[in-house]
Structures are given as C-alpha cells and as structure tokens.
Design a protein around this ligand. Structure first.
Ligand code: MN
Length: 198
C-alpha cells in the first residue's frame, strides 16, 4: 500500500482545493514546509520530503527557536509533494476544514547521515525515530531534532531546536512573523477573502 492511501481516503478531491496525490519528480535538494492550519484547533503542519512524499507532523504550538522549548509534534499521514505549494481554504465538511498558509518553506539537509548515504538515509532516520536536520527556510534556519518519544507505533514526537548559532530564545517567529512566505497574507486574510468570494 502506498503511503499516500490514507491521504487520498480522507479527502474528496471534487470538493477540496488540496492537490490530488500524483507521482512527482524528486528535486535536487529535499524540501520542507511549515503550513499554518486554522482547523478546529489551530496548528502548524511540519512536512519533510522523504522518499518521494512529505512525511508530516502536526505541531500545536509551531516551531521554537529556543533549544529549551520542546514542541509536541504528532505524526500524521504522508502528503504528496505537491502539498508543499498548497495554500487556501479547505471547505466546511471536508477533512481538516479551515484556512492554510505556507508559513515557511525551504530546503533541508540530513545531519545524521549527511555524507555517507545522502537522502536515502532520511528513511532510516524516520524509522529509527530520530531525525537531525538543518533547515534552510525564510524564517526558520539551523539545526532541529525530531525525536519519537515512545515505541515505533507512537505518534508522539518532539520538535526541538538544536543549540547552534541560529538558536535564539528571544525570537519567537510563530508570533512575530505570522505572514505567508508565498502570498504575504495572514491566515485571517486568506479566510476572509474566501468568505467574500463565496
Ligand atoms: Mn493540519
């Protein structure tokens, strides 16, 4: 079974503007995206390109730049690569109904197996429940850890900023940099526009 079966099963592509899962080419450098999602509970979807799809986590508080702040990250179903470009409103009644903006986007490097295995190593890091990456986004930069807290079936992970030159406890980009890196709009603005056009 493809890892995108769950993604497809949850959605009606006649009704939601989200991308239908199609096979797409890998890029040279793997991408990451952080989408702010105003669903029934506001959260940030953290997605990493691994093995041709986007491995995904829902982070209720979003990423921190402070290494002492561990952020809960719940593993969710894989999403197609095209989803990294999705911004818009998922209609009422559909799975995950609410507005989505591309809060940050960029490329990343695997720090655990940076040299010896290249990108294939990410699949192994994911399986092992311990990921160490360098993010190169517009807002978020530097080393981050994603650590699974329990056994392999446990959906709970922690997203933690590595203590490096990009760490800065005074900076809190989730509250100070709220606009989309794609449209420069806020989640509220995307929502309002959608309601006006409805
Ligand atoms: Mn979400």
């Amino acid at each position: 079974m493809s890892s995108l079966e769950q993604y497809k099963a949850k959605r009606d592509f006649g009704k939601t503007p989200e991308p239908e899962a199609v096979k797409s080419k890998r890029r040279k450098k793997p991408v990451f995206v952080i989408q702010q999602h105003g669903a029934s509970r506001l959260h940030y979807d953290f997605r990493l390109e691994i093995g041709g799809t986007l491995a995904s986590w829902a982070v209720p508080k979003g990423p921190s730049t402070d290494p002492s702040e561990k952020r809960l990250a719940m593993r969710t179903e894989d999403h197609p690569l095209e989803y990294a470009g999705f911004e818009g409103v998922i209609p009422k009644g559909q799975y995950g109904a609410g507005a989505v903006i591309i809060w940050d986007k960029g490329t990343y490097r695997n720090l655990t197996r940076a040299e010896e295995e290249g990108r294939a190593g990410m699949g192994r890091s994911l399986k092992e429940g311990r990921i160490e990456i360098w993010l190169n986004g517009k807002k978020i930069k530097g080393g981050y850890y994603l650590i699974r807290t329990g056994n392999p079936k446990d959906r709970r992970w922690l997203l933690i900023k590595a203590d490096d030159g990009e760490a800065d406890a005074r900076r809190n980009p989730v509250s100070t940099q709220s606009r989309s890196v794609k449209s420069q709009k806020t989640l509220e603005e995307i929502k309002r526009e959608h309601e006006q056009n409805a």
